[in-house]
Write a protein that binds this ligand. Structure first.
Ligand SMILES: Nc1ncnc2c1ncn2[C@@H]1O[C@H](COP(=O)(O)OP(=O)(O)OP(=O)(O)O)[C@@H](O)[C@H]1O
Ligand SMILES: O=P(O)(O)OC[C@H]1O[C@H](OP(=O)(O)OP(=O)(O)O)[C@H](O)[C@@H]1O
Ligand SMILES: [Mg+2]
Length: 282
């Protein structure tokens, strides 16, 4: 039975459960459940605090975990990222009141409040900066107003929380994060059950980012059409009853679908259809 750690709260929890559900796994029915068994798929899910997941996975008692890249790195636990999942995307940045500092080089002697002490202490040390770090559990943006620190280091997505607190980012992002699948460092990722789990999640990622495109075009325009829709391994070409015409089928990135339809129409393709992909194994 594969044992998998899933975030039980916060920004990661809803999207992680949605992705697992889309991948065909049973998920808990209510938020108080701490673990569930999905017998049909031979998987057991443990619902844990996102911050603790890397620590559990590093012991090897759980095979796989879903957490944030920033949380994984901050934990310093012996676990490594094996698949990025594309949700809970964020940057991790310093911020302060306008005029306090313009980059990390100005942070000598300052106090930095953060929930991610591991990341911040390492970044300051790597930058040769001597600053003190204060740990706060959350709502870090308020720390400056209330005199706990002069600078904060926190997760930034839209920047709304910073703006509301009258703060501005300084310097370059310390890191970029998103939800990731993790495994104990050095563990065998070729294990069949692990591979199957990863293939299912990859299938969801592909179904979310690609659509299927079908169209008809004149045989003499086929090369130009294939250049527009190369597909993943090459499009499927079928003859049409209509002499001199072919039907083409290829996966295309969903975000480009409308532009691709325009480009195909412009070279004479017709009956251009786009349909959603519900699941896939590449
Ligand atoms: N506003 C956000 N947008 C995108 N990702 C976010 C956001 N806030 C936190 N994250 C990501 O979620 C993970 C943090 O999860 P965690 O549950 O600890 O925090 P949270 O979502 O702030 O929830 P809470 O504060 O309720 O604990 C990190 O990987 C972080 O990058
Ligand atoms: O750039 P934004 O889109 O505003 O998102 C970033 C904010 O979201 C998270 O906070 P959360 O609401 O989880 O509260 P917390 O500080 O208590 O973790 C994070 O800690 C930032 O405060
Ligand atoms: Mg938070």
């Amino acid at each position: 039975m594969l044992r998998i750690a899933v975030p039980n709260k916060g920004s990661l929890s809803g999207p992680a459960a949605d992705m697992l559900h889309e991948a065909g796994y049973q998920q808990r029915r209510e938020s108080k459940e701490l673990r569930i068994v999905d017998p049909a798929n031979e998987v057991e899910f443990f619902y844990l605090r996102p911050r603790d997941i890397a620590i559990y996975v590093s012991t090897g008692r759980l095979d796989i975990g879903i957490t944030g890249r920033d949380l994984l790195i901050d934990s310093g636990a012996g676990a490594e990222e094996i698949l990025p999942l594309g949700f809970a995307r964020s940057t991790f940045r310093y911020a302060t009141k306008p005029g306090t500092a313009s980059g990390v080089q100005d942070l000598n002697g300052k106090t930095v409040a953060t929930s991610y002490e591991g990341i911040v202490a390492k970044h300051l040390a790597d930058s040769g900066i001597d600053a003190s770090v204060v740990h706060l559990d959350g709502a870090v943006e308020t720390a400056i107003e209330l005199g706990v620190a002069e600078v904060i280091a926190d997760v930034v997505e839209t920047g709304t929380s910073l703006r509301n607190a009258g703060l501005e980012v300084i310097g370059e992002p310390i890191m970029k994060s998103e939800a990731v699948v993790i495994r104990r460092t050095g563990a065998d990722t070729e294990e069949p059950k692990v591979r199957q789990f990863l293939r299912r999640l990859q299938g969801v990622l592909v179904a979310r980012t690609y659509v299927m495109m079908d169209y008809d075009c004149r045989a003499e325009h086929l090369e130009a059409a294939v250049a527009i829709t190369p597909g993943l391994e090459g499009p499927t070409i079928s003859p049409l009853h209509n002499e001199g015409w072919v039907a083409v089928r290829a996966m295309v990135p969903a975000k480009d679908a409308q532009r691709i339809m325009d480009d195909l129409y412009a070279i004479g393709a017709r009956a251009i259809l786009t349909t959603a992909i519900h699941a896939c194994r590449l």
